[in-house]
Design a binder for this molecule. Structure first.
Ligand code: NAD
Length: 383
């Protein structure tokens, strides 16, 4: 059985995901960076098929994922020709790319929001899409709190509607007509943390996993914090920052977008240690020559026995987009498996391992080492 995917946001993460999947199918690489690659799941990575992709950048819409990926990463990574079959169609904008250095237009600008949502639902129906994956530019947005408020915001085209909320709403409409579908939210906009989306998904028969894929430095910090907590060391402060040169980091130079990341990254300290040690955890800057290999620095200071003061320093250069692309290979499969198991709403055990801000709202952030055990238990339990 295949899983048919639609991708939102044909950027670097999407390009690495699509290229990596094709290379896996071609036997051209091993599935390193896919946590459950060797775990027996009902679907293999090779069962994932990308049916369509969406973007709002006018220089990408209408081209193939191959052409876009060649421009974005073709100098550093092989781009399989299979990506020529993935068409980049126009998505819904809602201002999410405002201020970015390219011209962007959404479907809703020519035909209105209701017709734009309808067009997406029609697309997904004709392509037999099972799972929609959100990797659009980080946007500023907040939760609606109830399904009624979210529906009303879509009905009245409220100014606080984000592109992600509209896509998630379209998925609910699609799931209701089709008898189920899933949404993976890899960006910080609260969807799995929004009772509005969760309530709507329970009602319409859909699953949402989210929010904000946990890759790179944040899971490492979470696991180091767990180590400190287990040894009853008193953490004095944590500093963790990233500087990168990709367009995601460029987008984060906007304070509204950056604060979304700070929100998703900072909850780990209090949740894991049980007290709020002073911390500064956020992407701090954009420096173009760094490209997609971000510079990560971490400094953690703690008290051990007899009040001795110790320090841990970590310095790293991490390929940003492939890290998220690798976990999407699991998330796409887990989104379908959750639906097959009859889940409606979200799955904390999946979110806790893969997400920076695991839904539903109010869930604790736990270390990734502990979350992985919970995930395996959930997978083994069959429900
Ligand atoms: N390791 C990681 O790279 C990582 C980790 C966690 C989360 N994320 C999230 O993944 C997302 C994508 O990262 P990226 O590096 O691929 O960024 P990117 O800038 O390369 O790609 C984003 C793409 O989304 C498109 N877009 C913007 N608004 C859109 C809309 N409304 N509909 C459709 N497409 C839209 C842009 O035109 C662009 O092509 C970001 O939101 C980021 O926060 C990335």
């Amino acid at each position: 059985m295949k899983i048919r995917l639609a991708i939102l946001g044909q950027g670097l993460v999407a390009s690495h995901f699509e290229a990596g999947l094709e290379r896996l199918k071609d036997g051209d690489m091993k599935p390193y960076g896919v946590p459950l690659a060797n775990f027996p799941l009902p679907y293999r990575p090779e069962d994932l098929e990308i049916a369509v992709s969406y973007d709002v950048d006018n220089s990408k819409v209408g081209r193939s994922a191959y052409d876009v990926a060649m421009d974005l990463m073709g100098k550093e990574f092989p781009v399989p020709r299979g990506l020529k079959d993935i068409e980049v169609r126009r998505g819904i904008h809602m201002g999410s790319a405002r201020g970015m250095p390219y011209s962007a237009t959404g479907l809703e600008e020519s035909r209105g929001l209701d017709a734009a949502v309808g067009a997406l639902v029609d697309d997904w129906r004709s392509l037999g899409v099972d799972v929609v994956i959100n990797v659009i530019t980080t946007e500023s947005g907040s939760a609606f709190g109830s399904a009624d408020k979210l529906k009303e915001a879509v009905r009245s085209h409220a100014p606080n509607l984000t592109a992600s909320h509209v896509y998630a709403y379209a998925l609910a409409e699609y799931a209701s007509a089709r008898g189920g579908a899933s949404f993976v939210n890899s960006i910080p906009t609260p969807l799995a943390n929004d009772e509005g989306v969760i309530g709507l998904y329970r009602e319409k028969g859909a699953v949402v996993l989210g929010d904000d894929g946990a890759t790179g430095a944040t899971p490492l910090t979470a696991d180091i914090l767990e180590h400190m907590a287990e040894r009853n060391r008193k953490v004095e402060f944590v500093v963790q920052f990233n500087i990168g040169g990709n367009t995601d980091f460029l987008a984060l130079t906007d304070p509204g977008r950056n604060s979304m990341k700070e929100l998703t990254k900072s909850s780990i300290v209090d949740d894991i240690l049980g007290y709020d040690a002073p911390h500064y955890i956020r992407p701090t800057g954009y420096l173009e020559p760094l490209g997609d290999r971000k510079f990560v620095a971490m400094h953690l200071s703690y008290l051990s026995f007899n009040n001795a003061l110790d320090d841990v320093y970590v310095l790293a250069r991490i390929n940003d987009s492939p890290a998220l692309a690798g976990i999407l290979v699991d998330l796409a499969r887990l989104a379908k498996i959750s639906l097959d198991r009859g889940v409606r709403g979200t799955v904390y055990q999946v979110n806790a391992f893969y997400m920076k801000r695991p839904g539903p709202l109010g869930s604790q952030s736990i270390s990734k080492i502990i979350a992985f055990e919970g995930l395996k238990k959930w997978l083994g339990s069959g429900s």
